[in-house]
Design a protein around this ligand. Structure first.
Ligand SMILES: Nc1ncnc2c1ncn2[C@@H]1O[C@H](COP(=O)(O)OP(=O)(O)OP(=O)(O)O)[C@@H](O)[C@H]1O
Ligand SMILES: Nc1ccn([C@H]2C[C@H](O)[C@@H](COP(=O)(O)O)O2)c(=O)n1
Ligand SMILES: [Mg+2]
Length: 248
């Protein structure tokens, strides 16, 4: 039913040593992902995946850090992976840089391969995929390549004015933290985000969180979501560990 992942593009640089098949939760995909017509449903023996949605500056990264601390997830930020790719001068680096500068979305194939590589290199079984999907194309590419859907989707809902204020105060030297790029990012967000929100709402997976308030106030809205899921996550990790032991 399962087979090991062997899909990584050689065009993507290896900035972290590969630990394929070494961790307790060796990452696998369904053989059936090659069948495009097949509906993909989550399996018990799959990593526990949370997608984290929200506009620029809505506080995704900040809340992910709190979830990691409280619940032991591994944080995979699509934006950070793309920035790392730029810094490593890989084949895609200059295209990614100009895309980010223009406030646009990098082709899904690139982003999904980076996410997959990061998940494979982790010995954890529970992931927060931050800033992904940013478009329906992103979402479909993830399902096709990884062969799984997220278990949970968080959406940090924040007014535009507040997002702009936070981004302009961020002060981390990001090339997209300027008013021109923010305007474009907000336009792209408004155009592409809602179909994703609707899709996961219909599937009963979306948690919309009002992202106005202090960091701690917002986390107190996030915490119960993961507390309620604790036994499901523990069971998933157990199944994956057993699965791996049977495999080895
Ligand atoms: N609740 C909050 N109140 C005030 N400032 C916040 C809050 N949450 C995060 N911030 C600050 O706002 C800025 C943006 O937060 P963060 O980087 O977490 O957003 P993000 O959603 O990851 O944005 P991006 O999509 O651009 O990566 C940071 O400087 C962060 O410290
Ligand atoms: N799925 C994604 C995620 C990010 N990007 C690009 C475009 C974003 O403006 C930039 C920064 O991401 P952030 O750190 O704000 O999450 O990275 C993308 O193209 N596709
Ligand atoms: Mg972020």
């Amino acid at each position: 039913m399962w087979r090991r992942v062997a899909l990584l593009s050689s065009l993507i640089s290896h900035s972290k040593p590969s630990m394929h098949n070494q961790g307790p939760c060796t990452f696998k995909i369904w053989e059936s992902f090659t069948s495009q017509s097949e509906v993909v449903t989550p399996s018990k023996a799959a990593p526990f995946i949370t997608f984290v949605l929200g506009g620029p500056g809505s506080g995704k990264g900040t809340q992910c850090a709190k979830i990691v601390e409280a619940f032991g997830f591994t944080h995979v930020s699509a934006g950070d992976l793309l920035r790392r790719e730029i810094a490593s001068n890989s084949a895609y680096g200059s295209v990614i840089l100009s895309t980010i500068r223009e406030g646009k979305i990098v082709p899904s194939q690139v982003t999904v391969q980076l996410i997959l590589k990061e998940m494979e290199s982790s010995d954890n079984c529970k992931f927060l995929i931050d800033g992904f999907p940013r478009s329906e194309e992103n979402r479909k590419a993830f399902e096709q390549v990884i062969g799984a859907e997220p278990d949970v989707v968080l959406f940090f809902d924040c007014p535009e004015q507040e997002m702009v204020k936070r981004v302009l105060n961020r002060n981390q030297g990001r090339v997209d933290d300027n008013i021109e790029t923010i305007k474009k990012r907000l336009e792209v967000f408004d155009e592409l985000n809602w179909p994703i929100v609707n899709y996961y709402t219909q599937r009963g997976k979306l948690h919309r969180i009002n992202a106005v308030g202090t960091v701690d106030e917002i986390f107190e809205k996030v915490r119960p979501i993961f507390s309620a899921l604790r036994s499901e996550v523990v069971e998933r990790v157990r199944v994956m560990v057993v699965d791996r032991e049977l495999d080895s």
